[in-house]
Design a protein around this ligand. Structure first.
Ligand SMILES: Nc1nc2c(c(=O)[nH]1)N[C@H]1C(S)=C(S)[C@@H](COP(=O)(O)OP(=O)(O)OC[C@H]3O[C@@H](n4cnc5c(N)ncnc54)[C@H](O)[C@@H]3O)O[C@H]1N2
Ligand code: MOO
Ligand SMILES: [Mg+2]
Length: 421
């Protein structure tokens, strides 16, 4: 029996998914493993940085007051009473017209408040005792890297949900985070369905194709920050698919299937949801590609029935699955970042439904520009390779011309958006 489905607007579909409470779990990992993970807690400064005043140059630490009379015609002389490098602390009490030879990063000796760079000092010895002289005044604090100038204890420096980049790694080390609280990667199970599917290493035979969706989605899961549990491919046989899906649900946080979700005789996902008694949130979305995307919930798990058509599958993942993964990674901006761009190519196709065109976005002369990355049909694979964005062409329009301002969703950008719809 043929089932007629009611498409719902994209925003409503995404909202139904995001209303479903799936929160992130924190796990402590070593700092060595934390690059590329997402912070599960705000990163707070555990101390002032630096935690002592220090020299930013190689030179001489002085009491600035002693330099007040210095001029080109009246150099002021200092006796050099100590010599320290970074990591060393001078024990000397500095008296009037005394200086300490100091290297970059060393702690300012008590009583000193300025550093004279080697380049502006005259160094010499008298009777085996080192001296130096200067020809200008130094102000208090001149050439000093101050206690707390980089960070103050207790300051929140990075918000939770942020992707740990090399700079954040430097912060974590600076503040002594040997263990880093990161969001546990949600485990995303993945089945490809289709009797026509071959493994990558199998030769082509009539009627069959290689399973490309599994490899594509696995990479999309990783790009989103999730962990992939590839569960294999399934033939279009109801009992086999039902048992596999049912058993997999206990082992993963989210379950993705690709294919078998439309209205065809071998599209068994709708019946599987029914037999599982899963609650279907929607089974048709007013969009192209990816209109058949179906999302259901069962026993605290979300099931994403992505289309079998490669481009539809790709778009369905980015719009519907990515945000829930990012939310489980503690992000407050779990959706793709949206920006305005100039369309660089005519797009004459009429759009009954909002269309997401796989596109290449680039910056030229300070402007974001965008052009389709290949053929725009949902069964097309090749246009995915060059896609770093999805151009949104709203439904109810008769095509677009070069130069039009359009919205684009950026696929490779980490900033994200709170709500692009
Ligand atoms: N009468 C109707 N027919 C179809 C409709 C409709 O509304 N009424 N919707 C069409 C749209 S839109 C799409 S999209 C597809 C969705 O089909 P399914 O999600 O059920 O997927 P399948 O039928 O299993 O496969 C579709 C297509 O994709 C190929 N495929 C499947 N899996 C893979 C894979 N892992 N790697 C590469 N390619 C894969 C499969 O061979 C088919 O060619 O339905 C339309 N039909
Ligand atoms: O889901 Mo289909 O891709 O709309 O073409
Ligand atoms: Mg089908």
């Amino acid at each position: 029996m043929f089932e007629r489905r009611q498409p719902i607007p994209i925003a409503e579909a995404v909202k139904k998914i995001m209303e479903y409470e799936m929160q992130g779990v924190t796990e402590p990992i070593s700092i060595e493993e934390s690059y590329g993970r997402f912070l599960a807690e705000d990163l707070t400064a555990t101390c002032d940085v630096p935690h002592f005043d220090r020299a930013p140059y190689d030179g001489f630490a002085i009491r600035s007051i002693d330099s007040s009379d210095a001029s080109a015609s009246h150099p002021v002389e200092f006796e050099v009473v100590d010599h320290i490098g970074a990591g060393m602390v001078s024990q000397k009490l500095i008296a009037a017209n005394q200086a300490v030879r100091i290297m970059t990063g060393a702690m300012m000796p008590e009583g000193t408040d300025a550093v004279v760079m080697f380049e502006v000092a005259q160094a010499y010895e008298k009777n085996g005792i080192p001296y130096m002289s200067i020809k200008r005044e130094f102000k208090a604090g001149e050439n000093v890297s101050f206690h707390g100038e980089d960070a103050k204890e207790g300051e929140v420096l990075v918000r939770k949900g942020t992707l740990i980049n090399p700079g954040i790694q430097a912060m974590l080390a600076t503040f002594g985070y040997n263990q880093v609280p990161v969001a546990k990667k949600p485990l995303v199970g993945l089945f490809a369905t289709g009797t026509e599917l071959l493994e990558v290493d199998e030769p082509l035979v009539p009627g069959k194709i290689r399973n490309s969706n599994s490899h594509m989605i696995a990479a999309q899961i990783e790009r989103a920050g999730g962990a992939v549990q590839y569960l294999g491919k399934l033939p279009d046989v109801f009992d086999t698919c039902f048992t596999a899906v049912k058993n997999a649900l206990d082992k993963v946080d989210i379950l993705i299937t690709t294919g078998g979700v439309s209205v065809g005789d071998y599209d068994f996902l709708p019946e599987i949801y029914e037999k599982l008694e899963a609650k279907v949130l929607f089974n048709k979305v007013a969009m192209r590609p990816g209109s058949v995307t179906t999302v259901a919930q069962h026993n605290g798990k979300l099931l994403f029935g992505l289309s079998g058509n490669p481009s539809a599958c790709y778009v369905g993942f980015e719009l519907f699955t990515r945000p829930i993964i990012r939310r489980m990674l503690c992000s407050s901006k779990p959706h793709l970042r949206i920006e305005k761009a100039i369309l660089e190519t005519d797009f004459p196709k009429a759009n009954p439904f909002t269309r997401f065109v796989r596109s290449s976005a680039y910056i030229e002369c300070g402007k974001l520009k965008v052009t389709p990355s290949g053929l725009d049909k949902s069964n097309i694979i090749m246009s995915l390779a060059g896609a770093n964005s999805l151009t949104i062409l709203p439904g109810g329009t008769r095509g677009f011309t070069k130069g039009a301002e359009v919205d684009v969703l950026l696929l490779e950008d980490q900033a994200g958006s709170e709500w692009p719809w």
